[in-house]
Every structure is written in structure tokens, then in C-alpha cells.
Design a protein around this ligand. Structure first.
Ligand code: HEM
Length: 310
């Protein structure tokens, strides 16, 4: 009987507040078994999609904007609901997903530094702070509700208006956040767009999104494989950019098919072009600003978040 009372008291005391760095180390070990390779980028994408409308551990997998996320949601949920490790008693799913994204960013920063042998390409280590206290929706990890995810056919105004309306970000914050597309790739089986933003570097977190965007050789191309809806993206020898990416740097309007009003060489500069150039020259500037806006994104809709003691 005394044993049961002790167990009850221990469990009652062990809420989110009891979470500490040894718990996080165990979760890191779990993540290292499946947040690898392509899943690193997909995990970061998942958290953006979750945080649109407020981070709540819920994604509508029937919304075509979320295509490609089902597998990582299931992998994370298997880890989260594992009774042996008991992670679900430590934090909400939304917190668990956020922690997974911080793990992915730390890991891809380390990979970028492992691939870099000069001071000029060094990326500052992640100083993102993990907080808990986000609340899940009642049906987590899935929901039927439709959150307003952005389409890829946006120009400069489209991107900055989207982030201002949804998150309250400034233009410069939107530009800093979008550099995360240096990770991962688009898939014809998911969005219908194709290829990595930075070829050969899909798991390296660095400023090459900006340095490739501001180098020449970009042409628009329709990569639609279905013949039903055009998927116009920008391609070059270094990778691809969506209109919403290139729109940060080049000033264009788009027609209904996503074709730009000018070519890479003939388009003028956007009001954000100087920022793109600044970030293309400095990992330190970009990572500083990225971490600040990413923190706002992962706190979206949450109150009274608590830092985890380390
Ligand atoms: C206007 C804003 C944005 C648009 C239009 C956009 C659009 C897209 C599209 C079309 C894909 C390809 C999905 C696929 O085919 O698998 C993608 C991938 C990705 N997005 Fe975004 N995105 C935006 C903002 C963001 C933000 C704010 C983040 C994170 C903070 C993010 C993180 C990612 C990542 C990491 C991938 C690669 C996923 C993978 O490799 O599986 N995106 N995005």
C-alpha cells in the first residue's frame, strides 16, 4: 500500500515541471533512431505546419498542403505514446514536436560544421531554448480543421503579408525564417514540386539558401507530372526555388500558372534583396535572426511556456 502511495505521489509530482535535461537526453537518444537523413528536414516542416493557427500537436493530413507529413507524424507518435519511456507524461505532443525540430536543427548545424573546414563557412551552434506548456487539440495528432497554410505561388508581398497576418512577423523576420528551406527538398509525390533547394546539402543547416538564390543561372520551369495543374519553380545547377523563395529576392508578379512577369536577369530587386545578400555573406547574421523568429513561430498561440532546467 505504501508503495502505491509513493508511486502515486511520484507520478503526481512529475508533471511538465519535473522535466529535466536527463529526460531530454533520453528523448535525444530516441530521436537519433529515426530523425535522420530526409526526416530531419521533414520534422522542421511539420512544426511550421503545426504552428500555423497555433502550435497544438494537430495536423489535418487530408489537407493537400500537409502531403508528405504523415510518415513523420506516425514515427513521432510511436515514440511519444511508448508506455515504456512514458514521454507522453512529460509534455504535450506539440512540445514533443517542437523539441524534435530543435533536435533536427542542432543535428543539421553539426552536419554543416562537419562539412566545413574554414571559419568563413562555420555555423554558430544552436542557442534555441526548449520550453514546454503548449496545449494539444482534443484529437491530436490529427484534426479535420483547415489551417491557412501558404501556397507556393507568392511574390514578395504575398510572403511578407502571409507571415504578418498569421504570425505578426516583420518583412525581415519572414526573410530570415524562409532560409530554413536550405534543408530538405520538394517531392512530386507531396507538393508536386521537385528537388532540393540546395543540391547535395539537404541535411546541412547553413546560409546556402541565400547564396545560391543570389547567384545567377535561374530559370522557371514547369515540373508538373500530372498534366493537371502547372507547378512552376525556379531551377539552376545548384537546386530549385519556389516562387515564394525567389520572390524574396526578385521583384515579379505571377500569372495564374505561377509564371513570373520577368526573368531572373530582367526582374528588379525586392525591398528584401539587401537582406538576402547580407545573409548570403554571413551565417552568424542569419542564424541570429533565424533563431529569434523561429522562437516566435514555435511559441505561436501558446501561453505561460516554461524553460526546461538544464
Ligand atoms: C510562404 C511560406 C512557405 C511555403 C510556400 C512553403 C512551401 C513548401 C513546399 C511546397 C515544400 C515542399 C514539400 C514537399 O513536396 O515535400 C516545402 C518543404 C519544406 N518546408 Fe516550406 N514553405 C514555407 C515556409 C516554411 C517555413 C516557415 C518552414 C519552417 C520554419 C518551412 C520548412 C520546410 C522544410 C524544412 C521543407 C523540406 C521538407 C522535406 O524535405 O521533407 N517552410 N515548403
Amino acid at each position: 500500500m505504501i508503495g502505491y502511495i509513493f508511486l502515486f505521489v511520484t507520478l503526481a509530482l512529475r508533471g511538465t515541471a519535473a522535466l529535466d535535461s536527463s529526460d531530454l537526453a533520453k528523448i535525444d537518444a530516441t530521436f537519433s533512431s529515426f530523425i535522420t537523413g530526409a526526416n530531419l528536414a521533414t520534422t522542421v516542416r511539420l512544426v511550421f505546419h503545426d504552428c500555423v493557427g497555433g502550435c497544438d500537436g494537430c495536423v489535418n493530413i487530408n489537407d493537400p498542403s500537409n502531403a508528405g507529413l504523415q510518415n513523420i507524424i506516425e514515427r513521432l507518435d510511436k515514440a511519444y505514446t511508448n508506455k515504456r519511456t512514458g514521454y507522453s507524461s512529460l509534455m504535450s505532443r506539440a512540445d514533443f514536436w517542437v523539441y524534435a525540430s530543435l533536435y533536427a536543427l542542432k543535428n543539421t548545424t553539426a552536419q554543416a560544421n562537419a562539412a566545413c573546414s574554414e571559419a568563413a563557412c562555420a555555423v554558430p551552434e544552436s542557442s534555441l531554448v526548449f520550453t514546454t506548456g503548449r496545449k494539444d487539440c482534443a484529437t491530436a495528432p490529427f484534426t479535420d480543421s483547415i489551417d491557412g497554410l501558404p501556397g507556393a505561388n507568392l511574390n514578395y508581398e504575398g510572403v511578407v503579408d502571409y507571415f504578418r497576418d498569421e504570425f505578426g512577423f516583420t518583412d525581415d523576420e519572414s526573410i530570415a525564417l524562409m532560409g530554413v528551406h536550405t534543408l530538405g527538398a520538394a517531392h512530386s509525390t507531396a507538393s508536386g514540386y521537385q528537388g532540393p533547394w540546395v543540391r547535395g546539402e539537404t541535411t546541412l543547416f547553413n546560409n546556402h539558401y541565400y547564396s545560391t538564390m543570389s547567384s545567377s543561372g535561374w530559370r522557371q520551369r514547369n515540373v508538373d507530372l500530372t498534366g493537371s495543374s502547372p507547378k512552376v519553380q525556379w531551377n539552376s545547377g545548384t537546386g530549385m526555388m519556389l516562387n515564394a523563395d525567389m520572390g524574396l529576392f526578385k521583384d515579379f508578379t505571377l500569372n495564374d500558372n505561377g509564371e513570373a512577369s520577368c526573368t531572373y536577369d530582367s526582374c528588379g530587386a525586392t525591398p528584401g534583396a539587401a537582406k538576402v545578400l547580407e545573409y548570403s555573406k554571413s551565417n552568424a547574421d542569419w542564424v541570429r535572426d533565424f533563431e529569434s523568429v523561429f522562437t516566435k513561430m514555435i511559441n505561436h498561440g501558446a501561453e505561460n511556456l516554461q524553460e526546461v532546467a538544464v
